[in-house]
Design a binder for this molecule. Structure first.
Ligand code: MG
Length: 363
């Protein structure tokens, strides 16, 4: 190597490092269109793609990745989520990054609603913090990655023929979650049962209108090897859900009825457990609080997700050693995941051991 070239290249490394370190922190957002493998139908909607909000928080040469899936039910979309992050960019860039909990409290105080946007910010900050400290997020929360639960794989509402096909395709997953809540519930479950005897969990997504009908359906599901039912009635019908609970054996889990920590105490008499999602709660810190509160009240805990990439699903998976049930398959339903993170091995969640979320970009 020529002497001059050597000095140029030797000097280039520390200089680039210094420049990187000195570069102003940034917070970028992007709306990402995730393509679904199958058209996804629940009682609420039917779609071939989902838009989520991706956020990248860069500081000291480290980039934290975050994502939030806006939920139509809470009047959110990707554009409103992006606007919400823009509204607190100055706050986030000025705040000391290791004061993330204080910063998130300020974000919660300043931004009404927009839980997916808050989740994207929280996840990006926590990924950054984990990388800065050099530890995976499960270690930040003091958890053992071997304690992750099995995740279910979800089967959306479809014709019996496609339901059978989807059930066969889900061969690798030991527990399935089946969407119900319509007049076709019995044919749907029968289609699944014609292919497999594995344990099922079902989600009515507030679809049943009549409490007597809900009891009849749940009693029937109890004979079909179903472990629990999510959200049989509309979220605000807590008293009717308590009435159902006293007439069935199967645990009832609140999803749409349980968005934040403050919702949990009033659900205690009507539900056996709660389904916590980062997109509803506004990120990891609030989800962690919710898990602890539900446990303290003697309720079962579940971590769920929306259709999203490995960014959001991996974030939730880092908390999964704490919960009884996981439904963390949102990244498995899409065809164009931009990252790799948590893996699923025979249904068991396998957490990456790299610092922060432990994501690697695809391609
Ligand atoms: Mg649900």
């Amino acid at each position: 190597m020529k002497r001059r070239t050597f000095f140029q290249s030797a000097a280039a490394v520390p200089l680039a490092g210094a420049l990187e370190g000195a570069r102003a922190p940034s917070l970028e957002t992007r709306i990402v269109r995730l393509k679904l493998e199958h058209t996804w139908t629940t009682t609420m909607s039917s779609s071939e793609y989902r838009d989520t909000l991706y956020a990248a928080y860069t500081r000291d040469g480290i980039t934290g990745h975050g994502e939030g899936a806006p939920i139509v039910r809470y009047k959110e979309d990707a554009a409103s989520a992006q606007k919400a992050v823009d509204s607190v960019r100055a706050l986030l860039l000025a705040a000391p990054p290791l004061e993330f909990a204080k910063t998130m409290n300020q974000v919660f105080g300043r931004v009404p609603g927009e839980w997916a946007a808050k989740a994207a910010i929280d996840i990006a900050l926590m990924d950054w913090v984990g990388q800065k400290l050099g530890i995976p997020l499960y270690s930040y929360f003091g958890l053992d990655p071997k304690d992750t639960p099995l995740t279910t794989f979800s089967i959306g509402i479809d014709t019996p023929e496609i339901t059978r096909q989807k059930t066969r395709e889900a061969e690798a997953y030991p527990i399935l979650k089946v969407k119900v809540g319509l007049a076709t519930d019995e044919p749907t479950i029968e289609a699944v049962r014609s292919v497999t005897h594995k344990p099922l969990r079902v989600d009515a997504n507030e679809g049943w209108k009549d409490k007597e009908e809900a009891v009849r359906k749940i009693n029937w599901l109890e004979k079909q090897g179903v472990e629990f039912i999510e959200q049989p009635l509309a979220a605000d019908r807590i008293e009717d859900t308590r009435w159902i609970r006293s007439r069935v054996h199967m645990p009832i889990i609140a999803d749409e009825a349980c968005q934040h920590a403050s919702d949990i105490p009033k659900l205690r008499e009507a539900y056996d457990g709660v389904n916590i999602k980062l997109d509803k709660s506004g990120g990891l810190l609030e989800a962690y609080r919710m898990i602890q509160i539900a446990k303290a009240l003697g309720m079962k805990t579940m971590l769920g997700c929306m259709v999203s990439s490995s960014v959001s699903v991996t974030a939730a998976a880092h908390l999964s050693p704490l919960v009884d049930y996981a439904d963390l398959d949102g990244n498995l339903l899409i065809a164009n995941d931009p990252f790799r993170g948590v893996r699923v091995d025979k249904g068991k969640l396998v957490l990456p051991s790299r610092p922060g979320l432990g994501l690697t970009p695809v391609g």
